[in-house]
Design a protein. Sequence first.
Lengths: 162, 162
Amino acid sequence: MDVYTCIRTKRDTRAYDSRHIAEDTLQRILQAGRMAGSAKNLQPCRFVVLQDDARKKELSTCGQFATHIVSAPAAVAIVVPQEGRELDAGRSAQNMMLAAWAEGVASCPVTMHDASCAHRVLGLPDTHRVSIVLAFGYPAPGERRRPSPRLPLDELVHQERW
Amino acid sequence: MDVYTCIRTKRDTRAYDSRHIAEDTLQRILQAGRMAGSAKNLQPCRFVVLQDDARKKELSTCGQFATHIVSAPAAVAIVVPQEGRELDAGRSAQNMMLAAWAEGVASCPVTMHDASCAHRVLGLPDTHRVSIVLAFGYPAPGERRRPSPRLPLDELVHQERW
């Protein structure tokens, strides 16, 4: 898949079928997260990979709309220093989700509304906190074609000045 | 270029040659920003495109390491609501920079350390603030092969628990 097609067709998808994600695919997803640039090349993001069903179920209790972590064959928690590096986390997240989608693996970011719950489940040190969790899995039948609408480009773009 | 290669080889690059970015390439870069997913599909990001030399020079005074905005043929300011949507801005930024790199256009995020300066130069409403500025341009000769090193993957990744 070419890059622009991958970017255009990637949608946040919450329903997955039961297929396992092969280890080499998961490695490329993580490498993509690793390769994202970061401010001053500080590389603030760390990744906690969850594939165990009991662990995913536990983590899913930390978010309000997080049940799809359970059906996803893999979840990756992006962890950042307490002071926050959300823009870098977003760059890393997008890299991982695009690398996944290039191989047919769908994904969806999951907010951990109860941060202390996620902190405990993930066993994080006090210096760090979870930024976002990404759920990964092959899309369930019928899930590929339900795009969220986007605003027209001319409502988003200003030339030279707002 | 395939997606994984694009992700692996994209580096933040601050030196550009004088080539103009064609309008259709710039449109694809902006479309890529538009297509990034966002929390609850709120689509919080807006884009201010700067191509005028005087405008870019003015904006470059708002950051400590922002002089490469001047030599970049185009800059895109990502603007978010005051309450902040940095993770969504990061997703959008990465989409734009990857779509650009797929066509040979390099890029680098630029922090606006003086936010009120950027706010004034960009003419933003009080409801919004700049998240990051992306400089875009074809890499200057010799610039392609100076990668910032990345930490080994096994230092970044934890299995099941930190």
